[in-house]
Design a protein around this ligand. Structure first.
Ligand SMILES: Cc1cc2nc3c(=O)[nH]c(=O)nc-3n(C[C@H](O)[C@H](O)[C@H](O)COP(=O)(O)OP(=O)(O)OC[C@H]3O[C@@H](n4cnc5c(N)ncnc54)[C@H](O)[C@@H]3O)c2cc1C
Length: 467
């Protein structure tokens, strides 16, 4: 880290800042995005998502603590009724002028099966709280996303996933769920009972009702080695199929304008525990920002400085139970688009995305994430029926993110991608009907559970074509 800082600081000393910095100052002035008023004219309080681009002034807020109270809200509170988890989605799934409903008071474990490694969990539980609770009963989730701030209900809402060729997204490990509907029913669903609802509502966008409880197929606590290395991007992309085959979890972050990639692997081990050290990702991201600020319009300089700054970065290792290592802290805010592509299309699409960004968007500095996810059979799962390679492109929260739609999305769509439901995309109902073989079946289940569209805000009306 010290080396990186020295090299990047050296850029200023070498006079690069005089050129790049002056231009950069005009283009990349660090300006806080404007924040909407804390209250609207009727005194309603502001709700915002994590990145700050979605906001709303709900007329009513509800935090039921039982299924009966939940049903009462769903039937009687002013619509649209929108469930919220921890507000980490980028798309407009949550905003409502009606009722904002949280399950924060419906959290924790309710039962477990020690032999089958299953646990039943209330849907308001945050993934970060679930880790230690499951560890107490000798279990952990088979996989976890990049952060663990999400609620379980919110994670299922959007098909939240981690990485690993043989590992499914979280909903792929759901064996049963209970869902309260706006008609006033509470349905217990699994592959044998209310099977259509089970298939349609494992990934549900909070549009089918509210999931109150979930039974997860977990694994026994497993010690893993997590290893992070910085390598040449071309080599990593070339080796990707091999890396996928060799590691339980693997992902890489392609760092635009540098020719470098950070590769993260996780594998089972019997090595002694080596707790994770202090998080260095934030420093690395902010150093990439500094490099962009100083040399953004000088791509050759930017690349060679990055190569020397990061080339000696030592491999970072940690050994511990998986739930302690798989997720990270992400305090630097950003906006994001992620698409899930047929695995065989992933690297070709990524090459195009990087080339387009490096040609047109010198302001981009956030690493681009590539992951792999096993297929499943939930009707609205982006991984339905196909092993997927994902590509996630980020924009610093102070920077313009329109390029995600203009430059990146057309490439990801051309390669057959399906968007992450919680991350930025411009698709509408007809697009989803073409991408999801069971989309019409899911629509029919949704109409059956919520015939009056009480759960639909404007965004969801465009997804589900509800008039
Ligand atoms: C820093 C950061 C890192 C991320 N990393 C990853 C990652 O590694 N992998 C990944 O796949 N995604 C990732 N995401 C996206 C995130 O996992 C999803 O957007 C997830 O849905 C957020 O969960 P939440 O609890 O904040 O839900 P919210 O965003 O609050 O809600 C998401 C959806 O779930 C619905 N919902 C919430 N609770 C319920 C319920 N009980 N019943 C029915 N519907 C409900 C809401 O109505 C909404 O439609 C990341 C996001 C951020 C900001």
């Amino acid at each position: 880290m010290t080396t990186r800082r020295r090299v990047i600081a050296g850029a200023a000393g070498a006079g690069v800042a005089g050129v790049g910095g002056a231009v950069g100052y005009r283009a990349w002035r660090d300006r806080e995005p404007s924040v909407p008023p804390a209250q609207d004219k009727d005194g309603r309080l502001l709700w915002r998502n994590w990145s700050g681009i979605q906001n709303a002034y709900p007329a009513h807020r509800a935090a039921p603590d039982t299924e009966d109270a939940l049903v009462d809200v769903l039937k009687n509170a002013p619509g649209p009724v929108r469930p919220v988890g921890s507000g980490h989605s980028f798309t407009a799934l949550v905003p409502t002028s009606g009722t904002l409903l949280t399950l924060d008071r419906m959290s924790g474990l309710t039962a477990h099966d020690a032999t089958a490694h299953r646990a039943t969990v209330r849907a308001g539980t945050r993934l970060g709280d679930l880790g230690p609770a499951l560890a107490d009963i000798g279990q952990e989730m088979a996989n976890l996303p990049d952060i663990n701030k999400q609620s379980l209900g919110g994670a299922l809402g959007t098909g939240t996933h981690g990485t690993g060729r043989a590992l499914r997204a979280i909903h792929g490990d759901v064996v049963a769920l209970r869902i309260a509907t706006p008609k006033g029913d509470v349905l217990a669903c699994d592959r044998a009972n209310n099977a259509d609802v089970f298939h349609a509502a494992r990934v549900n966008l909070g549009a089918f009702g509210v999931v109150s409880e979930v039974t997860l197929q977990n694994i026994p606590l497993t010690r893993v080695l997590k290893r992070t290395t910085v390598r040449q991007l071309d080599e990593v992309m070339e080796e990707w199929p091999d890396l996928i085959a060799r590691h339980r979890n693997v992902e890489f972050y392609a760092i635009p304008f540098t020719g470098l990639a950070a590769v993260i692997t996780v594998d089972e081990t019997d090595r002694p525990v080596l707790p994770r050290g202090p998080d260095t990702d934030v420093d690395a991201v902010m150093e990439l920002k500094k490099l962009r600020d100083l040399t953004g319009f000088l791509p050759d300089v930017r690349r060679s400085l990055a190569q020397s700054a990061f080339k000696d970065a030592p491999a970072e290792e940690a050994v511990d139970e998986g739930w302690k290592l798989l997720s990270n802290e992400r305090p630097v805010r950003f906006n994001e688009m992620e698409y899930h592509l047929p695995l065989e299309a992933q690297m070709g699409a990524l090459r195009e995305v990087i080339a387009a960004i490096e040609k047109h968007r010198a302001d981009v500095f956030f690493p681009i994430e590539a992951r792999v996810i096993d297929e499943d059979d939930a009707w609205l799962s982006p991984f339905f029926g196909r092993v997927s390679g994902s590509i996630a492109v980020h924009a610093y929260y102070k920077d313009d993110y329109q390029f995600l739609f203009d430059l990146v999305e057309p490439i990801l769509r051309r390669h057959g991608g399906r968007p992450h439901w919680g991350k930025l995309h411009s698709l509408k109902s007809a697009d989803f009907a073409a991408l999801y073989p069971r989309f019409k079946d899911a629509l029919a289940v949704r109409e059956m559970l919520d015939p009056d569209g009480r759960m639909l805000n404007e965004h969801l009306r465009s997804v589900f074509a509800h008039g």
